[in-house]
Design a protein around this ligand. Structure first.
Ligand SMILES: CC(C)(COP(=O)(O)OP(=O)(O)OC[C@H]1O[C@@H](n2cnc3c(N)ncnc32)[C@H](O)[C@@H]1OP(=O)(O)O)[C@@H](O)C(=O)NCCC(=O)NCCS
Length: 192
């Protein structure tokens, strides 16, 4: 196995908590993979603004590698091969309000096996326990059922609907806004 310090994994008996995936903080050797993921339109069918400008995206990815306000991870299977199956990130939403925003993608062949939920749960744990988040939010296209199912499985609440906020496939669609508080996450963690 490569450098173990790169791996974030919740150890413990709760099988839903990161037993099947590990998150590795993006480092230089992951840049190509992250750029590919962020610019592959076919992976982001519910987004309205995916850029295919690889150079611009690469510049952003490199700038964010220091990881202070933008935490980028590769989602990998928890096997000896550490096969990459997607990417997940969290970034300051409103720094002064201690809120973070979450975003993720799992490659199509690995979907519907609970991997995004596991990966996002790890991120929530790190946000609340290590990055002093008071609140974590996420947004998605009203048609992105897989994404809001993940958010709801995490215990996040649909707090609002931004009506016709997104131009998508030639029409205006709603954006759902989800949030979870520190207190809710910890109450939930102790109950599961
Ligand atoms: C959203 C995404 C990350 C979900 O990944 P995933 O690993 O398949 O998610 P999970 O397996 O953890 O699924 C969580 C829940 O959503 C449900 N779900 C997943 N895909 C679904 C689908 N296509 N239709 C309906 N429900 C779905 C799962 O069934 C699961 O609920 P269950 O355990 O009760 O069955 C993945 O579909 C993806 O990468 N989409 C493209 C990128 C994207 O849209 N990102 C979000 C931008 S807001």
């Amino acid at each position: 196995m490569e450098d173990d310090r790169e791996y974030i994994q919740i150890k413990g008996s709760n099988s839903s908590m990161g037993q099947r995936v590990v998150l590795t903080p993006a480092i230089e050797k992951d840049i190509d993979l992250i750029v590919e993921i962020k610019t592959d339109i076919s992976l982001w069918q519910y987004e309205d603004d995916v850029t295919t400008d690889k150079e611009a995206v690469r510049k952003n990815v490199v700038e964010r590698l220091d990881g202070r306000w933008y935490k980028q991870y590769v989602i990998r299977l928890n096997t000896d091969q550490r096969t990459p199956i997607g990417a997940i990130h969290a970034h300051w939403y409103v720094k002064e309000r201690e809120s973070w925003e979450l975003g993720y993608c799992v490659f199509p062949e690995y979907r519907r096996q609970g991997y995004a939920t596991e990966a996002a749960r790890l991120i929530l744990k790190y946000a609340f326990d290590d990055w002093q988040a008071h609140r974590v939010v996420a947004m998605c296209n009203e048609h992105n059922i897989p994404s809001y199912n993940v958010l709801e499985k995490l215990g996040m609440t649909r707090e609002g609907i931004f009506r016709e906020e997104l131009p998508w496939q030639g029409k205006w669609v709603d954006q759902y806004f989800y949030g979870i508080l520190y207190s809710e996450f910890h109450k939930r963690s102790t109950n599961t």
